[in-house]
Every structure is written in structure tokens, then in C-alpha cells.
Design a binder for this molecule. Structure first.
Ligand SMILES: Nc1nc2c(ncn2[C@@H]2O[C@H](COP(=O)(O)O[C@H]3[C@@H](O)[C@H](n4cnc5c(=O)[nH]c(N)nc54)O[C@@H]3COP(=O)(O)O)[C@@H](O)[C@H]2O)c(=O)[nH]1
Length: 698
């Protein structure tokens, strides 16, 4: 063995070191570096080897190595490859630097550099080799490569289970001897499951409990989720203590697995949302279409039946508007759950938006209507929402394969039509499609088109019904009532087209035309020198709520030149009660124009005295249903008297509608009613006739 170096204190400072001293220092330095250093002669025999290389070859002293060749120390294939490199260096005289090769003894990597050994004359007499252990760097590189491989798999969207299995195998590959396992807690699950294990870990057939209850043996690295939670752990058996870079790598792997799981859940959610409703989790229209097609195909093959059902929650808007959207959402979830509870296997419920659900029922022993009745009852179970006790009703329309349609499109259209019929019939009912509905719908559509054309062609005319003062007998006003002068059907009465006009929104232009015609006619009578009368114009809810309504009234007055005090707008009690505050604001705006307001059909709504006081009104019109049975119905007489007293209490004029008999007129006079309108005095009549009547009485 080479001699130990002396300490620096022993070196005399005053003189130049001797050659022997220099040699000793050099040898000491060479022996203390961890790198391998050697020199060989031209035949490949060791001339010199440092302590590190001697020990690595299982020898004790340099003398033991001097004279040996690589063939004496290593298997012949390895010795041959070293010999080839060194021979090239010696023959070419060119160094071979930075060659990376596996250790011949033990595990790990070396970086070898070989330079020619020359004598003083520069002649190559052998080779000098130096090598450095680069095992750590090589391991770091392979860990980085493994990490990159894992990240690539995540980026490529490899499915979760194979990805976890590959990750466990990869750990075993890059960290020899390691046992690793991935334990996961799936969304919503209580228990942790073994999702993947390296082969050595799998071989000892571990379970989550084995791992979690044995912290001395297994070290657990958290697999975190993007939202700050934890999906599970990457458990590593600490059979051998790993260096810091390995733990860093394992922590990185746990993080990568966390990202992979996040991505997996995101992808699952995206796939789910493509076919489901985000709020209720029910299938959406896409999934319904697909499943319904299957159900119809099967029913066709087996001559079976399928029911397509439209279900709409009654007055849902009211809940949304009054209790807020969060409560509305909650309500929809409750309805979705209740339908799902009842619908039974093999059938399907989907939410297609808002409060509309479509059900596809497959045939069972129980008939479809009974099943729907049960669903309706379930939905109607009392519930508490935002602190309020509620009971829901719904309108249901059903169409059956193959009776009411053979394709999904036909069945959807017909079930929808049936549901609308249920709504029209006062809601809270089940309607089965009937071909008559389709006929009606077609007629309605045709009528809407005709109405649209009627507006363009100005086919609407006004009839006028006079209103008589109870005391003077004078005509104090007229009500303008619209008629449709249909090109083929003749005069069509408002009961036949006003509801359709309201539904389609055409009431707005129709109402506007009525307003202009009525103001124009009233002004015309004044121009003809007839005593001025107040003209009443009916205004529907849609028209009253329309943005430009006040502007249209002002324009009709301005166009005709009629002073505003001669125009009275009639609105129904139910219209005002829908949105009391909004109605009051609009009524004040009309008042500001100088126009007066009357409540039409009074007594049929639910206005209280306190609400009534807030409306800026001039007149109440008692609904004709209270007058019709006078004097036979004592209740109606009592109600009529009460309305007259109420009007007087509120300092409002009061007029009774639908007065057909002298007895009714007498009773109303005695009750203190200011004026009457009805067939007793005159039916609604065309403008020319009305002009004649007014002229006769003036
Ligand atoms: N939005 C608008 N609605 C309008 C307009 N014009 C009319 N209407 C509304 O249509 C409903 C039916 O009106 P109509 O068929 O004209 O019937 C009116 C009278 O003919 C009828 N009436 C009058 N006196 C009697 C009677 O003694 N007996 C009896 N059985 N019927 C009678 O009442 C109708 C007037 O009612 P009202 O409007 O409530 O005063 C009707 O609801 C009209 O409001 C319009 O331009 N726009």
C-alpha cells in the first residue's frame, strides 16, 4: 500500500521540498481522491493503481495489482472491451475523454477518461486512466426520465388504472428493490382501496390496512388534489433508506399521480355533463334522444308500447320570483328526485331546461296513466323550501308509441301539445294526446297567421256600447269593443281571437290600433257637435305591461287630438293584482297624461280594500256575472250592494255591466249605482249607429 502522507506541519517551510517529498505528496493525493486512477504499460499491465481502484478490485495493496491485466481481474468480454479502448488511445496517441460505462464490480456508473502515457521523449509507453463515479448523476437522470415518462402519459390522457400500474412498475424499474403501492379514496367512497402496486409489493399481497397500520415499514406520501384535498397516498416500503433525490422523485411521482387523478375526474365530469343536466344530474336531451331511440326500436320489434311524457311544474316562475333562484334550483332537484324515485327501472326521466321534464316510460303491467298519477302524487307531497311550506302541482301530457306517433319527434310534439292542453285546462292534470289537439293546434297556428295578416290589412273595426247615467238617463260614456272583420268568416267576436292574440303577442299591435281608432272616433263625434262622451278602451295584461304602452297612449291622443279626460283605460282586477307595485306606477303615469282608469270585471279578482286604495282609479265596473241573476240570487245582490258601497266609500264612480232587465236596473238604482251598461239599453253597435243614437238623444 502507498505510504500515508505527512501532515503539512511537518513540511519544512524554509526549503524547497525534495523530489521524494513531492512524490509522497502526489501519492497521498492520488490515494485520497474517490476517483479511480491507474497507469498501464503497452501490454495492458498495471504499472500503478490508486487505493480506490485497488480496494474496488478486492485487493489490499497496490503491489497486488501491479503486473496484472484486466483479464486477470474481470470477465474476458469486459476486459476485451477495455483493452480495445486503451489500445486505440495508445496507438492513436489521442485521449479518450468522458466515456460512460457501467461498473464492472458492484452497481453504478463510471465516467472514464484515458490518455496516452508518454516517456520524456514523448513516446507512448502506456496509458493512464482516471474514472469518476457518476452513479448519482445517472440515477438522477433516470429518475428525471421516469418522471418525464409519467408526465407524458398524463398529458396523453392515458386511462387512470393503466397509468397507476405503469407508475408502480416504473418505480420498481428506476429504484431497484423498492416496493410501492397507490392507495386511493374514490370520490364519495368511505374506504381506501389499493389502486396499484409494484410487482414486489403485489407479491407480498398487501392490503390498505397492512400499509396504513404499519408506518414503521411503509412511508406514505400524500397524493393531493388540485382543490387542496387528498386523493390518497403513494406508499413506499422503506426496506433501504433512499437518498434525498429519490424521496424528491417519489414526492414528484405522488404529485403527478394527483394531477392524473384530477384529470381523470375532470374528463369523467366532462363526459357526464355532455349527457346530463348539471343541476339535477338527470340525463339531458342528448342522452334521452339516444335512449328513446333504443326504446322505440325495441318496442317496434316486440310490438310493445312506450310513453313519452312532458311534465311541467305549475307556477314554478312564482317560486323562482318570490323565493329566489337558489330556492328554485332546490325545488327542481327535489322534483327530479321524486320523479326518479317513482319512475321505475327501464324508464328514463330527463330535464330539458327550466321546469320541464321529459319522461320515457317503458311498458309494465300497470297502465301509463296510473303510473303518471303516482308520479303526480309524489311530486305533490308537502315540502319546505326557504322556510315556506309548499305543495307542488304539475301539468302532464303524454303521447304513446305507436298510437300517437312512430318517431321520437312526433311523440315529443304530441306529448308537448297534450301538456299545453293540461295547462289550458287549469293545470294540475294529466292529458293524453288526442288527434283533435293536433287539429286545434293547426287551426290555432293558421288563425295566428290570419291575425298577423289582419293587422297588416287593418281588418279590425270597433263597435260601441253606450253607458247610461242612472239619474239623468244621459249617455255619459261608450265602451269601444273590437271586432275582426274577417274576409270569409264575417264579423268575429273578441272572445274568439283576443286570447290567441294575447298568447302570440299580437295583442300589442291590435290594442294599439283599437286605441287609435277609439280616440279618433271620440274626437270625430265631438267634431260633429255631439255632446262629448268618455270612451272606454280595454287593455289586456300583455299590452299594459308592454314597455312603450304609455308612449302609445300619448301618441293615440296626440294623433286624434282628443283631450285626455275623455279617454278611460279599462284594466282587469286580476291584471292589477299580478304585480301591484308595477301596476300602480303605470297607472300613475297614465294619470299624469290626464287619462282616467277603471277596473273592469270588478269582484272577480282578489283585491283587498287596502290595495284598492292605492290604485289611482276613477271607476269600478261591476262584473256582469253578479248582475245576471239579480233579482233571483240574494248573494249576488248583497255582493253588488257591497261593491257599490265600497266604491262610494273610496269616492269612485261605479257602473254595472251586463244589465239586461228593468229589475236589474231598478235594483242598481236603489243600491246607489251611478251608471249602467248592457243590452237593456243597447248592444254594442257600429260607429254609424252609435252616432245616430247619440244624435237622437242630444
Ligand atoms: N284587450 C281587449 N279586449 C277586448 C277588446 N274588445 C273587447 N274585448 C274583450 O273581449 C271580451 C268579449 O267582448 P265582447 O264580445 O265585445 O262582449 C262585450 C259585450 O258585448 C258584452 N256585454 C255587454 N252588455 C252585455 C249584456 O247585457 N249581456 C251580456 N251577456 N253581455 C254583454 O260584454 C263584453 C264587454 O265586457 P267588458 O269588456 O268586461 O266590459 C270582453 O272581455 C272584452 O273586454 C279590446 O279592444 N281589447
Amino acid at each position: 500500500m502507498i505510504a500515508r502522507p505527512r501532515s503539512t506541519e511537518e513540511i519544512p517551510q524554509s526549503r524547497e521540498p525534495s523530489l521524494a517529498e513531492r512524490y509522497d505528496w502526489l501519492v497521498a493525493m492520488i490515494n485520497h481522491v474517490p476517483d479511480y486512477i491507474y497507469a498501464k504499460d503497452l501490454e495492458g499491465r498495471f504499472l500503478f493503481a490508486n487505493r480506490a481502484i485497488v480496494l474496488n478490485n478486492g485487493l489490499e495493496r497496490v503491489e497486488d495489482m501491479v503486473g496484472l491485466t484486466d483479464y486477470d481481474l474481470h470477465p474476458s468480454a469486459a476486459a476485451k472491451s477495455i483493452d480495445a479502448i486503451e489500445r486505440r488511445v495508445m496507438e492513436s496517441g489521442e485521449p479518450d475523454l468522458g466515456f460512460e460505462e457501467r461498473r464492472l464490480r458492484g452497481s453504478g456508473w463510471l465516467m472514464m477518461s484515458r490518455v496516452p502515457l508518454r516517456d520524456k521523449a514523448g513516446k507512448v509507453i502506456g496509458v493512464v486512466g482516471a474514472s469518476r463515479d457518476i452513479s448519482s448523476r445517472k440515477r438522477a437522470e433516470s429518475l428525471m426520465k421516469a418522471q418525464a415518462q409519467l408526465l407524458k402519459a398524463v398529458a396523453k390522457g392515458v386511462r387512470l388504472d393503466p397509468l397507476l400500474r405503469d407508475a408502480a412498475d416504473l418505480l420498481e424499474e428506476v429504484i431497484p428493490g423498492i416496493a410501492a403501492a397507490v392507495l386511493l379514496q374514490d370520490e364519495g367512497a368511505q374506504l381506501v382501496r389499493l389502486a396499484a402496486a409494484s410487482q414486489s409489493a403485489a407479491a407480498i399481497s398487501i392490503s390498505p390496512a397492512d400499509i396504513l397500520e404499519n408506518p414503521a415499514l411503509w412511508r406514505c406520501l400524500a397524493i393531493s388534489s388540485g382543490d387542496g384535498g387528498q386523493h390518497g397516498v403513494l406508499a413506499v416500503q422503506e426496506s433501504s433508506s433512499h437518498e434525498a433525490s429519490v424521496w424528491e422523485f417519489l414526492t414528484g411521482v405522488a404529485q403527478t399521480i394527483g394531477i392524473a387523478i384530477d384529470r381523470h375526474y375532470d374528463a369523467e365530469r366532462i363526459t357526464f355533463l355532455a349527457e346530463h343536466d348539471a343541476l339535477t344530474g338527470l340525463p339531458n336531451r342528448t342522452l334521452l334522444d339516444r335512449k328513446l331511440d333504443d326504446m322505440l326500436r325495441r318496442a317496434d320489434e316486440t310490438s310493445g308500447k312506450v310513453a313519452v311524457v312532458f311534465l311541467d311544474v305549475d307556477n314554478f316562475k312564482l317560486v323562482n320570483d318570490s323565493l329566489g333562484h337558489a330556492a328554485g334550483d332546490e325545488l327542481l332537484k327535489i322534483v327530479a328526485n321524486r320523479i326518479s324515485e317513482e319512475i321505475g327501472q327501464g324508464s328514463l326521466v330527463s330535464r330539458i331546461g327550466g321546469d320541464e321534464f321529459i319522461l320515457a316510460l317503458h311498458q309494465t303491467e300497470e297502465d301509463f296513466v296510473s303510473r303518471l298519477a303516482r308520479i303526480r302524487e309524489t311530486i305533490a307531497r308537502p315540502l319546505t323550501l326557504a322556510g315556506m311550506n309548499l305543495q307542488l302541482t304539475c301539468s302532464i301530457g303524454m303521447a304513446c308509441f305507436a298510437m300517437h306517433g312512430k318517431t321520437a319527434t312526433e311523440l315529443f310534439a304530441n306529448a308537448d301539445m297534450a301538456m299545453y292542453r293540461a295547462k289550458e285546462n287549469g293545470r294540475n292534470s294529466i292529458q293524453v294526446f288526442d288527434p283533435v289537439m293536433a287539429e286545434n293546434a293547426r287551426r290555432k297556428l293558421g288563425r295566428s297567421e290570419e291575425l298577423r295578416r289582419a293587422i297588416e290589412r287593418d281588418e279590425f273595426v270597433l263597435h260601441f256600447q253606450p253607458q247610461k247615467d242612472m239619474i239623468s238617463g244621459e249617455i255619459i260614456g261608450v265602451e269601444a269593443l273590437v271586432r275582426w272583420n274577417h274576409p270569409t268568416d264575417g264579423l268575429v267576436f273578441p272572445g274568439e281571437f283576443i286570447p290567441l292574440a294575447e298568447e302570440s303577442g299580437l295583442i300589442v299591435p291590435i290594442g294599439d290600433a283599437v286605441l287609435r281608432k277609439a280616440c279618433g272616433q271620440a274626437k270625430e263625434w265631438q267634431k260633429q257637435g255631439l255632446p262629448p262622451v268618455r270612451i272606454g278602451v280595454n287593455m289586456s295584461a300583455r299590452q299594459f305591461q308592454e314597455h312603450g304602452m304609455i308612449r302609445h297612449v300619448a301618441a293615440a291622443l296626440a294623433e286624434s287630438g282628443l283631450e285626455p279626460q275623455w279617454l278611460e283605460i279599462e284594466v282587469t282586477e286580476s291584471l292589477l293584482m299580478r304585480d301591484v307595485q308595477g301596476a300602480i306606477m303605470k297607472m300613475h303615469e297614465l294619470n299624469a297624461l290626464g287619462v282616467s282608469l277603471a277596473i273592469d270585471d270588478f269582484g272577480t279578482g282578489y283585491s283587498s280594500l287596502s290595495t284598492l286604495k292605492r290604485f289611482p282609479l276613477s271607476r269600478l265596473k261591476i262584473d256582469r256575472s253578479f248582475i245576471a241573476d239579480i233579482p233571483d240570487d240574494a248573494d249576488d245582490m248583497a255582493i253588488t250592494s257591497a261593491i257599490v258601497s265600497l266604491a262610494r266609500l273610496l269616492a269612485l264612480d261605479v257602473i254595472a255591466e251586463g244589465v239586461e232587465t228593468e229589475e236589474q236596473a231598478r235594483f242598481l238604482s236603489q243600491a246607489g249605482c251611478h251608471a249602467i251598461q248592457g243590452y237593456l239599453f243597447s248592444r254594442p253597435i257600429p260607429a254609424e249607429e252609435m252616432t245616430r243614437v247619440m244624435r237622437e238623444r242630444s
